[in-house]
Write a protein that binds this ligand. Sequence first.
Ligand code: TTP
Ligand code: MG
Length: 357
Amino acid sequence: MHRKIIHIDMDAFYAQVEQRDNPELRGKPVAIGVDGSRGVLSTASYEARKFGVHSAMSSIVAKRKCPELIFVYPNMEKYRSISIQIREIFSQYTDIIEPLSFDEAYLDVTENKKDNSSATLLAKDIKHEIFKETGLTASAGVSYNKFLAKTASDINKPNGIFVIKPEEAEPFLERLKIEKFYGIGKVSAQRFHKMGVFFGSDLRKLSLNRLNKEFGKAGAFYYNIVRGIDHRPVNAHRERKSVGGENTFSSDLRTVEEWIEKLEAICNKVYERLQRSQKLGKTITLKVKYSDFSQITRSKTINEFFISKELIWESTLELIEQTFEKGKGVRLLGISISNFLTEEQEFIQLEIEWPDE
Ligand code: TTP
Ligand code: MG
């Protein structure tokens, strides 16, 4: 039996919220972000998108493309509370909900609280309910797995719905432009274009072997998605937020040499745990508890991932340098890695490989 998965994604989320709350912004090109030389847009209203303005574009480029663009400063608290509102609506349908961000989630409605066997009707219902409760539109994708539901929700945006039935998946994917596949970003799309691959039907002709040679681990991902294969369950459970290790000492540490000795052992342990969990984290945190039981933490975020002992140790040394104070007794030291790639991000970024040891 096929599963029934719905992907819901709010339209131009932050921008739509601001247009809802300020009638003067309605029907106009609106950007969420700071109008400055270093500003980057969070998102843009659909009116602005007609000019080629989009998320992650620099404010300068956006203004060049659309001189009458109106900038609005983001109000994260407001978006967060709307996010809670829509999650409450989802939970009236199923408990198997996997939020991907403030404005989107997967829902497994194979079995659901409305006892309705039509996922399409349920998706329409959810859209109505969201609009009734929040005055905001969302788009929905309906299919039998997460990849197809997510790809589908983009097809009729904004305020759209698109359904891919099991027997429709393969013909749909064959006709789909390569850059429309969820998980194929700009860079990979360009590589595909250079190989003469423009549509799903072109991708479909490439063997797993060829894809592996060309794209490494991502090859299998491409091989599967063009066949509509994605067995991942909708994961309603919170993931672990950090992996770490700490040590409490029987006598207080006083010298930097002692810190280094203890932290080296802790870092080795953290690395082992991290490798076992296969988590990709960008942030490292040093925790220090002093003999008077006061505690501080110092963090550092890097642009890559902590996938080697050397990276962890390098950053730990920096944190030690920033933190160590002569003469202060220390009873506990700890290191943790956090800011992980989500399962979802890992699904579409399989290029990252752990070094063998
Ligand atoms: P998205 O769902 O990617 O975009 P969107 O809702 O604005 O537009 P769409 O209709 O295409 O779904 O992201 C949701 C919100 O997350 C978005 O409103 C702003 C924020 N965001 C950023 O802050 N930076 C980004 O680069 C992206 C993509 C989104
Ligand atoms: Mg959205």
